[in-house]
Design a binder for this molecule. Structure first.
Ligand SMILES: [Zn+2]
Length: 251
């Protein structure tokens, strides 16, 4: 389906299929405790997974996941978060070194205390922080979300500063236009959607060893990316369609 030159995702799987897929991907398959040992190693069949965590200081990006004001002081709240210093997954068909996909000045922070919300991950280009709240890194969904957020950084490494500024404005426009029902430019919507596609393209590359060794089914990943996840392309397409249906897309 084509609309205004932007490909709209077909949403063909049933709610039951969606629920089953999410249940499968959200399932935690090893015993990670981000508040436990700094270094943790897991051996699952032919796969070896290494984590390394450290403490992290408060940063405002931590706030993006909270729905209500905190009852904690900022340093107490920061204790809920850990910095992911290393995550390596070694499979029969190759090793994924997640941090190696990021420039050195980027950080990944995680919090497993946050209740499930409408977003899983965030990439903050000002602070150079990827934050993961409400996802479990011992599930395939958590690993996919991390790969997607890294994809946002890796796919825009060569993007100029002015183009990035425009992208941030486009995200604001794309998001608040729906909240406050104002018309937005077609280019803004296209930019946001194409950056999402680019980030997913990198995520597929990162996750290749998991796909090749059969740990993550390619069909499941494709369905997840296109049809089910909260950050899926279909949710962006739905958003785009809303603008068309409400005649709020300017050419
Ligand atoms: Zn994204």
């Amino acid at each position: 389906m084509e609309n205004f030159g932007v490909k709209i995702e077909a949403n063909q799987i049933s709610q039951t299929e969606k629920d089953n897929l999410l249940e499968k991907l959200e399932n935690s398959f090893f015993d990670l405790d981000i508040y436990g040992e700094k270094k943790q190693e897991f051996n699952i069949n032919d796969m070896k997974i290494n984590f390394e965590f450290s403490e992290c200081e408060f940063n405002y990006v931590m706030d993006k996941f909270r729905a209500v004001p905190s009852t904690h002081y900022k340093d107490e709240y920061a204790e809920e978060w850990k910095e992911l210093k290393n995550l390596k997954i070694k499979t029969e068909t190759g090793t994924i070194s997640f941090l190696e996909w990021l420039p050195d000045d980027w950080k990944i922070i995680v919090d497993s205390e946050i209740p499930k919300r409408d977003r899983n991950g965030d990439t903050d280009f000002n602070e150079k922080i990827i934050s993961l709240g409400a996802v479990d890194l011992s599930s395939l969904q958590g690993i996919i979300t991390l790969a997607h957020e890294i994809g946002h950084v890796a796919s825009t490494i060569n993007t100029s500063e002015s183009e990035m500024k425009k992208y941030f404005r486009n995200i604001e426009e794309f998001t608040s236009g729906r909240v406050y029902k104002f018309p937005i430019n077609k280019e803004a919507a296209e930019d946001v959607i194409s950056k999402e596609r680019d980030a997913w393209a990198v995520a597929f590359k990162i996750l290749k060893p998991l796909i090749k060794s059969g740990i993550l089914s390619k069909n499941n990943l494709v369905d997840y990316v296109h049809k089910t996840s909260k950050e899926s392309l279909s949710s962006y397409s739905d958003h785009f369609k809303w603008y068309i249906d409400n005649e709020l897309l300017k050419d």
